[in-house]
Write a protein that binds this ligand. Structure first.
Ligand code: PLP
Length: 383
């Protein structure tokens, strides 16, 4: 199957490199650009300039200062640095933590490994996938050290009220970390406006290379480094900077900063309306709630989601059953379960995620493909 015939709707797992990023990489290869950013010769100085220009671009795209941005090896490392880095400081105290039940495993498992299980409070979701703010208000107390709530959910696209969480947490003296990996480039993010203390982004969810991310730490907030080594990244993240990947993140950040308008939820809505019209016995998770423009979580009752994803893939339509990092494990979903889905419904749920490069013809092909595959898997004639 040629790449041109593929409809790629798995952008929450990873994204295609943007044209600008491909251009930067070509340039690096063609001109054999290299040099350690810590070296003082011209090759090193050139790489230092690229790293610092990228830091400036990322900072602009988030509305903060460059001194508040640390490059990391991705979202997972940045989330670890945030949580472990805060608790390293308070390790001798019995501190509580609060997170949403729907956090990505890089937050969820880290929180549970750093803080005693009995001290970790989990904010549940409402049936439309939104965060239960009443519970947040009850769970965040004067004993809470850190609250971690993602900005956009990776499975359903629900947008969580981080600004409101910050208000509650700060009132009670807690810090707030926000995993904005699935929101970066898909909705405006301004860390000052959100009020968060620490925030994570990842390159490969936004058309840059994988293996690069960034952590915003508000000036004055203390986060202890989790690795020891050299003084790179102001001592927060020792090790030679991945200047090539950093250049790609800087490139997308500049594009995000200069973008005049964001993609609208138009394609997603056409897709969902088309599916609901053509396929009986399905529902959209999070429909009606505030969601990011690109994500559709669809439950096809009576159909095994793995078989559906496989059948779609055979038809050139790439989707997924859930987070890529849980592939291979028994499929469960804290997000969908908290919304009230039964185990069978969770196992019948497929995630479709668009990107700024998706087109209406992708949507039409995907609707037709889903209708055809659903019929076949339900034992009906695809006509
Ligand atoms: N946070 C969220 C919400 C994610 O969806 C992901 C990746 O799927 C990550 C963190 C981890 O990012 P990375 O793949 O860059 O480690």
């Amino acid at each position: 199957m040629s790449k041109r015939n593929i409809v790629y709707l798995d952008n929450n797992s990873t994204t295609e490199l943007s044209h600008e990023v491909s251009g930067v990489l070509m340039d690096i290869v063609i001109h054999s650009v290299y040099g350690n950013p810590s070296s003082k010769h011209s090759f090193g100085l050139k790489m230092r300039a690229i790293v610092e220009a990228s830091r400036y671009s990322v900072a602009k795209s988030l509305g903060c200062g460059p001194g508040e941005i640390y490059f990391t090896s991705g979202g997972t490392e940045a989330n670890n640095m945030a949580i472990r880095g805060v608790y390293n400081i308070y390790s001798d105290q019995e501190n509580e933590a609060v997170m949403s039940i729907a956090e990505h495993s890089s937050v969820y498992n880290t929180m549970l490994s750093v803080v005693q299980d009995s001290k970790v409070r989990q904010i549940p979701l409402l049936s439309d996938g939104s965060l239960d703010l009443e519970w947040a208000d009850r769970l965040i107390t004067e004993d809470t050290t850190l609250v971690s709530v993602m900005l956009a959910n990776n499975e359903t696209g629900n947008i969580y009220p981080v600004k409101e969480i910050v208000r509650i947490a700060h009132e009670r003296g807690a810090l707030v970390h926000c995993d904005a990996v699935q929101a970066y480039g898909k909705m405006p993010i301004n860390v000052r406006d959100l009020g968060v203390d620490i925030l994570t982004i990842s390159g490969h969810k936004a058309h840059a290379l994988p293996g690069i991310g960034a952590l915003y730490v508000r000036k004055g907030v203390q986060v202890h480094p989790i690795s020891t080594g050299g003084n790179q990244e102001m001592g927060m993240r020792p090790g030679t900077e991945n200047y090539i990947a950093i250049a790609t993140l800087g490139t997308v950040a500049e594009e995000i900063y200069n973008r005049e308008s964001l993609p609208s939820p138009g394609l997603r809505d056409v897709f969902e309306r088309g599916l609901l019209r053509q396929i009986p016995d399905i529902f959209i998770n999070g429909a009606g709630a505030d969601r990011i423009y690109n994500t559709s979580s669809v439950t096809f009752r009576g159909i095994d989601a793995s078989q559906m994803v496989e059948a779609l893939s055979d038809n050139g339509i790439f989707a997924s059953t859930g987070p890529a990092c849980s592939a291979g494990l028994k499929r469960t979903s804290r997000t969908l379960e908290s919304m009230g889905l039964s185990e069978d419904e969770v196992l019948s749920t497929v995630r479709f995620s668009f990107s700024q490069f998706s087109s209406i013809s992708d949507v039409v092909t995907a609707i037709e493909g889903c209708a055809r595959c659903a019929k076949v898997l339900r034992g009906q004639s695809p006509e």
